[in-house]
Design a protein around this ligand. Structure first.
Ligand code: BG6
Length: 489
């Protein structure tokens, strides 16, 4: 067991992420007795607030997120606030003094977690100051938790990495990809490697294609300023979608250690078929939502959202065909699809197996369905296996049957659970479910080639209506390979 005592400094403690995810997640850990008494949080942000006001805001956000407040007074008594200017050394020097007092008061053994939950333009500056103003001179461990976006492209990611590496070693850096905190994303590896019936089939001899869809109902909301510089490719594909690809495609690690798992994932990234120039058209499709109706509500086009350019060419939807050129996966497309303002909020993975060599059971109108394994990431969590079995009655007709397993009890989407696991992992010194620099770098270099081509090609946007599954081109992408997106439930 690791020493869990720690002082957590949250930069951006008045922000959205802290309130919606981090405070409720810490509370859940506290509730379950997973935090010792030896923990304290210093919230750091620009605006002046007293400790009391800050503690009140922590309480409010816990109640808002979870609807309960048992022992909340005890919980919030561990929270402190420091108003801070991220560019001013004096600010860091007083933060250091304050941290030392708190450390002493709670006997935290000099363990520090610095959590950067704020605008990414300050990540580098903060890391440099933490070092130069002495906050990283600690007798215990020091860890940096850093939120996305990790750069805007490979170049800027390298620059950022260089800055944070002056103050922290790679082992001390915890790059968040919140999809790696999701229960069923973590389950991919167990489903694959703990079942004798899947792993032998998990290759190009038996799998015809894999489809990963992460659709959202929400539009860009108040995040126009950020999203205009990002788009779905950088916002969702570079990180979450590619992480899911890596987990599905990686070789079995020789053991379940952080390094072994990450290095298998890196090998997947290294085998990605680079797509560039005109080729991008054959592999990737982009879209932007126009107005439409979702769940009976009329919604506006992306270009009319706040802080969005009226002629914006930012994509709010991406579909792509990702090829992994290695022995296991040669010839098997991994189709990915993600977007805003689609029909439903859902993330799922469909593994389509190849057709059986000869079909004895042709039905009158319908061919046999191929076997599908569906991994439901959210909002439902579970797995479904689609098989064919005999229809009850006289004829030898086959019909589809489904074997389903649902993780019950864990329902709401976008809950703090993911963050709860990630925070716990970080306190525990387990970096397995955080992204290593090599993964980030390979993924950016894959994605950069696509955005480079898109930048110089005109897009005719908007090209899908809100409340649909994206532009027609996303369907054609599969049709030309003889497939279609499975509309599975
Ligand atoms: C974030 C993106 O990383 O993931 C958001 O920045 C997106 O644009 C969100 O809405 C989706 O996460 P989840 O957990 O709701 O699928």
């Amino acid at each position: 067991e690791q020493n869990m005592n720690s002082l957590i400094m949250i930069f951006g403690a008045t922000g959205d992420l802290a309130k919606r995810k981090l405070f409720p997640s810490l509370y859940r850990l506290f509730e379950r007795g997973r935090l010792t008494n030896k923990f304290a949080v210093i919230g750091v942000a620009r605006r002046p607030l007293s400790n009391d006001e800050f503690q009140q805001s922590v309480k409010d956000s816990v109640v808002a997120a979870l609807g309960r407040d048992k022992n909340i007074e005890e919980f919030i008594s561990h929270f402190y606030y420091q108003s801070h200017d991220v560019t001013d050394s004096n600010s860091y020097i007083s933060l250091k003094k304050f941290a030392e007092q708190i450390d002493y008061h709670y006997s935290l053994d000099g363990n520090r977690i610095f959590y950067l939950a704020m605008a990414p333009e300050f990540f580098g500056t903060i890391a440099l100051h933490l070092k130069s103003d002495g906050l990283t001179d600690v007798s215990g461990y020091k860890r940096l938790v850093i939120e996305k976006p990790f750069g805007h492209d490979l170049e800027s990611a390298k620059e950022l990495n260089k800055q944070i590496r002056t103050a922290f070693s790679e082992e001390e850096i915890y790059r968040i990809d919140h999809y790696l905190g999701k229960e069923m994303v973590r389950n991919i590896e167990v489903i694959r490697f703990a079942n004798a019936i899947f792993e032998p089939l998990w290759n190009n001899r038996y799998i015809s294609n894999i489809q990963i869809t992460s659709s959202e109902i929400l539009g860009v909301e108040e995040r126009g300023r950020y999203y205009e510089t990002s788009g779905a490719l950088r916002d969702m594909v570079q990180n979450h979608m590619m992480q899911m690809v890596a987990l599905l495609a990686m070789e079995p690690p020789i053991k379940l250690s952080t390094n072994e798992i990450r290095s298998e994932k890196v090998r997947v990234f290294r085998s990605l078929r680079a797509v560039e120039g005109e080729e991008v058209k054959d592999y990737f499709v982009r879209g932007q939502y126009g107005e439409g109706t979702i769940e009976d509500e009329q919604v506006q086009a992306y270009r009319n959202e706040p802080m969005v350019d009226k002629q914006s060419t930012t994509e709010t939807f991406v579909a792509g065909k990702v090829m992994i050129d290695n022995f296991r996966w040669a010839g098997v497309p991994f189709y990915i699809r993600t977007g805003k303002r689609m029909t439903e909020k859902s993330t799922k993975i469909v593994i389509q197996f190849k057709d059986i060599p000869m079909n004895l059971y042709y039905q009158t109108e319908k061919m046999l369905n191929p076997n599908l394994l569906v991994i439901h990431i959210q909002p439902e969590e579970g797995i479904t296996l689609h098989l064919n079995a005999k229809k009850a009655g006289g004829h030898l007709d086959a019909q589809e049957v489904k074997l389903s397993f649902a993780n019950t009890g864990v329902h709401a989407m976008n809950t703090p659970e993911g963050y709860e696991k990630l925070l716990f992992d970080c306190m525990n010194g387990d970096a397995t479910n955080f992204t290593h620099w090599d993964e980030v770098a390979y993924s950016w270099s894959f994605v950069d080639k696509i955005s480079k081509f898109w930048q110089k090609e005109q897009a005719s946007f908007p090209n899908y209506q809100s409340g649909t599954m994206g532009p027609n081109a996303a369907d054609e992408l599969l049709e030309k390979d003889g497939f279609f997106w499975w509309p599975v439930t």
